[in-house]
Ligand binder design. Sequence first.
Ligand SMILES: [Cu+2]
Length: 504
Amino acid sequence: MKSKILPKQWVAGALLLAGAYVASAQTNASVKLIDPEVQGEVVAVLAQAPNVPPPITRKHPTKVIVNLEVREVTKRLADGVEYVFWTFGGDVPGSFIRIRAGDFVEFHLNNHQDSKMPHNIDLHAVTGPGGGAASSFTAPGHSSQFSFKALNPGLYVYHCATAPVGMHVGNGMYGLILVEPMEGLPPVDHEYYVMQGDIYTVGKNGEEGLQYFDMNKAIDERPTYVVFNGAVGSLVGDKALTAKVGERIRLFMGNGGPNLVSSFHVIGEIFDTVYPEGGSVAQHNVQTTMIPAGGAAIVEFKVEIPGTYILVDHSLFRAFNKGAIGMLKVDGPANQIVYSGKEVDAVYLGKAAAGGDSEKRVAELKAEVAAEIKGNPKIASLSKEIQMEKGRGVFMQTCFVCHQLNGEGLPGQIPPLAKSDFLAKLTNEEAIRNVLAGRTGEVIVNGKKYNGTMTPLNYLADDQIANVLTYVRNSFGNEGGVVTMEEVKRVRASTAPLAANPFE
Ligand SMILES: [Cu+2]
């Protein structure tokens, strides 16, 4: 077997920031450990998010062998955006490990030979220096072994603790280990694994191509993305979590950080039981639970009403602008005793807002824009299909909250985009301005009156607006043309100065 020599800078870095690790990293293999309580031996079944290994039915402590492989992999971070993640088990978050209090764990950390970096692991479930970090510092193409006894039940984070620690964690090196209490957890119908993380890229949010870690943004705690399970949209659409009416759900929620504290909330649900911070005392009837960076929570609730429930970090710009959105789709019969649906839709007239002049000005500007576009036709640089795919991503992140997943809108409140006769008559520049500047005032769509407010979405980039409008114009039974980035650019230029892009 070929042995590798650590490059000088790793050793220097490790000595500088983790001197103790190196000093105590000699092996201890000659010491024979006998734990009289432990019976037998099993190899741990690991699971990738959102899955969880099955509950433990054993009634005695055993020796559990955990094999975890570190790999550095290029993966999707958002639509069109790739990132080199450093992973425990090939994915972000790392593989879920499930053991029982009292178990004796023989841990093998294997760093794949294609890795560029050494890595280690600090399991918060470990009682011992560095949570195992001291004993698991592993160069590429090497394997380390250490053992520990799981003394305390709970849901614990594990993460890499190799310098610079924040960077290793920020690149995706975190996961959860559940130490089940000896009596087990109460049975539920579904268990899911969700972990939040903040990501710092050199390019701004949505900038396409391969993105790199930005140390300055990380130090300033200004994340470009905040995501569940390692990527924007990893729990959205056909990847949503699922359940049926009447079922009980248990979420093992973790927060890898490296910086942000999560205010975890499920829109339209109340948590029946929360084990805050992953500990043993249950709290009941909770709306939003805080999950610290490097912490976890067990969240349980029963679903009574069918529909799509949105998982968010209730620091809402993280949810609607940086990616921290997931979905739980619940199927089954409605229950009107618990939730009625809309009962009354009557006319309500509040104080009217003055807007005559500005409407006239908007009409003038629209005419100018239309003239400008007529004189300057340009060919779209993207094919319609690519635009549609990208536009769907924007829709799922931005428009669906109001217009709903299939564009059907909400009766009396949000007009439909599906087969909208109003949209069909809008020119491209009107549709673009609709998104850039928002809209308010009466609108009649498919014969029904609406009078709401669509907030301006001017933080969306030109290509995002072009793509989402192309998607909407050609989805949900609509048939229409393509909206180009150049058209958006032109309409934006003719609109009043907009707020600076928050991701800049
Ligand atoms: Cu690492």
